[in-house]
Ligand binder design. Structure first.
Ligand SMILES: [Zn+2]
Length: 519
């Protein structure tokens, strides 16, 4: 059972129940080798990981029936939730896997796996269309066969989705798998994509898969625990991630940081206060014998990944997941590109974004221009705001503060007396009808004072587009003197006259209202 408790963007805090065990999501499941564990499964439990992933294919080859008698929890030494993979990834790396989907699914059930994965054939990346079509066909065939033959099911059964970077093939696969009665859906093959930093491809894959999956089911992202991508994947609605990256990177002396992965030899300092880093220096770690060094780095990487997941969850709870993802986007230009790609999926992101939030939204630059709250706001003004008159007054001021806010009622009284509609031009929002001034997110936003040329340009364009279709017969731009160049641009597009503000906004509006009465 999966219950969603909180949402922001397309991300959610959820509760996944497996028998008598529970897991709060989003959750990172460290991959543990069935018998070669640099960090033991029991230690992982102690670090707060409630679930791990292990490989049933390797388990079967090593223990066979013994694992059925003892159970997978005893084999790996973990009493939390155990998810088992079926060997699909081995197929990708080593070619053919000598198991069939039905027997490996039954084996996972028989060893007591809490979450079992149907054997899939990962598409890989890059991959030709032919390869993608072939892997999707094979994966779907395995899924149908497994569902038919395994009537007594493991607690949760996972249906993988393949197709790689071929969006249409991925979409078709997701639609087909979505019709099958799986408990969890899993998005396949992102490992090579992430290793190549092709985060825009990753964002596209998640977006396409999510768009075609039932929203009430948990979604797993295979092999996806790169410190850079966790916030984005959480924001796009991935609930579970597994990865062996913590130990694979450790074996190559690679140290995870919140902004990327570094070689230990590059580090002059350890920018972390986990139990490993708090007690050592890069030199001390480098001096350890390889096995101990791998273990130390693996532990650090685990702490780092855990804090990445917790950080994203905390941001989600606060309604600041967008800010969190946007901040992370600055870690790497390719991640920024990926985040822009994520933001293009506005409809998905909008769905989970509350219509109003406790905390103010923060606005910095062009990435924020397309955040869901603003897209939703501009769309509402464009489609639903109805002017009460045929005369528009557009106010252009350099910045809006508490004093301006306090004067809004008086300004609206002028508008009502003069028989015109009063709007404010505002960066990011485009146009703000002043009667909507107190509504979210107009009054609950913090924008930086430095103008971003691209944001200004788009705000002007959107303001003109919205106002042009409201049926105004006459328009006047009332402008602070410092804003006259911008006001002239707006006025030209709206065929409006420009009146400068000389003694405050209210005085200018009163003057304008009385000039109307004279005529
Ligand atoms: Zn550390």
């Amino acid at each position: 059972m999966f219950e969603v408790e909180d949402t922001d963007l397309a991300g959610r805090i959820g509760r996944l129940t497996v028998g008598d065990k529970e897991l709060e999501t989003p959750a990172f499941l460290p991959v543990v080798h069935p018998f070669r564990q640099e960090v033991s499964a029991a230690e992982l439990k102690g670090m707060g990981f409630g679930a791990v992933m292990t490989n049933s294919y390797i388990t079967k080859r090593k223990w066979g029936e013994e694992a059925v008698r003892r159970g997978i929890h005893d084999i790996i030494g973990f009493d939390g939730i155990v998810m088992t993979d079926s060997g699909g990834y081995q197929a990708l790396i080593y070619g053919e896997v000598k198991v069939d989907p039905v027997s490996i699914a039954k084996y996972q059930r028989d060893i007591g796996s809490d979450i079992a994965v149907v054997l899939d054939l990962p598409t890989g990346y890059p991959a030709s269309r032919e390869r993608a079509l072939f892997t999707v066909r094979e994966t779907l065939k395995a899924e149908r066969k497994t569902l038919k033959a395994v009537t007594e099911r493991p607690p949760l059964l996972v249906g993988p989705i393949q197709g790689g970077a071929h969006e249409d093939i991925m979409a078709r696969c997701a639609r087909a798998v979505a019709k099958m009665p799986f408990d969890v859906y899993a998005i396949g093959s992102p490992v090579e994509i992430m290793n190549g930093y092709d985060f825009d491809v990753l964002a596209s894959i998640i977006r396409v898969a999510k768009a075609n999956l039932p929203p009430d089911k948990p979604v797993h992202l295979f092999g996806a625990a790169h410190p850079l991508t966790i916030p984005m994947a959480v924001a796009m609605g991935c609930d579970l991630f597994d990865s062996a990256s913590y130990v694979l990177f450790a074996k190559q002396d690679r140290y995870m940081t919140p902004t990327g992965v570094r070689r230990l030899s590059e580090l002059a300092y350890l920018p972390c206060v986990c139990p490993v880093c708090a007690r050592s220096s890069p030199e001390e770690l480098a001096a350890l014998v390889p096995r101990e060094r791998t273990r130390a780095l693996a532990l650090h990487n685990l702490y780092l990944l855990k804090s990445e997941v917790e950080g994203a969850k905390q941001a989600l709870k606060e309604g600041r997941l967008w800010e969190h993802v946007a901040q992370k986007a600055r870690s790497h230009p390719k991640l920024f590109t990926g985040t822009m790609r994520m933001a293009e999926g506005t409809d998905q992101l909008m769905e989970g974004t509350p219509v109003s939030k406790q905390k103010a939204i923060m606005l910095f630059d062009r990435l924020d221009y397309i955040r869901p709250e603003l897209v939703r706001y501009r769309d509402a003004v464009s489609k639903r705001w109805m002017p009460t008159s045929r005369r528009l007054v557009l106010l252009v001021v350099s910045h809006v503060d508490e004093r301006f806010f306090a004067e809004v009622p008086e300004m609206l009284a002028c508008a009502s007396a003069g028989g015109f509609d009063l709007c404010l031009f505002r960066e990011f929002f485009g146009v703000v009808p002043l009667e909507l001034y107190g509504t979210y997110p107009v009054s609950q936003s913090l924008a930086c004072e430095v103008t971003d040329a691209q944001v200004l340009e788009r705000s002007v364009k959107d303001a003109i587009a919205i106002l042009s279709k409201k049926g105004f017969r006459e328009a006047t731009v009332i402008s602070e003197e410092g804003m006259l160049p911008l006001s002239s641009e707006l006025a030209a597009a709206l065929r409006a006259e420009v009146r400068p503000i000389r003694r405050g906004h209210v005085a200018a509006l009163k003057e304008f209202a009385s000039s109307l009465r004279v005529h």
